[in-house]
Design a binder for this molecule. Sequence first.
Ligand SMILES: [Zn+2]
Length: 429
Amino acid sequence: MILIRNGTFLTLTEKNVIKEGDLIIKDSLISYMGPQKEWKDKFDTVIDAKNHIVMPGFVNAHAHLAMTLMRGIADDLPLQKWLFDTIFPIENKLTAKDIYFGSLLGIVESIRAGVTTVADFYFHMEKSAQAVKESGIRANLGFGLASKIGTNTLQLKAAEKFINRWQESENGRILASFAPHAPYTCTLQFLKAISNQARTMNVLVQTHLHETKKEVEEFKKKYGTTPIEKLDTIGFFNAKVNAAHCVWMNDNDINILKNNNVGVTLNPQSNLKMGAGIPLINKMYNAGLTISIGTDGAASNNNLALIEDARLTSFLAKGTSLNPELLNAKELLKMATVNGTKNLGFSDVGLLKEGYKADIILIDTKKPHLTPFTDPYSLVAYSMYPSDIDTVLIDGKIVMKNKEILTVDEENILKEAESCYKQLRIPNK
Ligand SMILES: [Zn+2]
């Protein structure tokens, strides 16, 4: 059992903020969250959280972990050129070893930024799964799929096998999903088959939808409808779907997502950096969609610090509506935590609440930029740096303590990732 005491607990529940409370972890779960008491129990570990904010870990609901190896190699390009001329040719060269160390690099970076749950979405997913298993992070692993003539059935079978192997593994810490890349890289027939299979297996589908104006307009020219409208007619949303981006949306697209309970994951840094646009955050929020936040891959962001994307989401909502009251700090932190776990198919994760999984971060507030200690929601949402996080617990286990990663060898991961990058022989710009 672990006891965390003396901190300021941001529960994100009806209990709100508990000052100098106690939080007890038994196995992987929070067994007590409330005022300090005298305990007769023997604790294996007592964490003194004085001068710390204690809160649920952040959830990165859309990422491509191993793309950390391509950080900074394809900046300042439009999406189609970025993807087809730069990223796809490099991805064709990636080996299983690259994916393993690229994923570990992404995980270590995530943990340091207080991310306790991540959505991965890539290929060679066995290697990503291995990295997730060893590191202790919580993840939904999306088996990447894109149509290639004559391979769709084989791909679907491989995805099924992967999902059966990993779904609900490691005490439920790992979930797995189908991850068709996008309606412009997958045929409608393939998307329909994927959705049917996901529904049969009761697992999530992750995909990219309506990221660029060009993609939506080209689809409209071909089919006379938006991708979302078309996907609705083929029953794609009968499965549980987490849709990344959703930048170029009409009212009907938003209604379709709402009526089908589709999770929306915004990636504002990636969208701005790639010149893709600004999503209609207020409209989607007011429509009652479950909105979560993602970083996208490090080749288009260029880091995995979820809090930066969360902050930007709030600022864009306020700035585009000329209304600073929209999306306040507490609502924003819910998007960055519990909404993400919902959109990724986890239940009982993302709140400091009895019976919930112990995925917890400690933020050191003894910093100039977090002084004076005013409203803790505000300090986290608008002032903290990712580097203020010094301790991280996932599934009841301490994975980072006082800034030291305990589960994997960080120094070796950095060294191996550097060597994988060199072997990719990416030409200098
Ligand atoms: Zn993406």
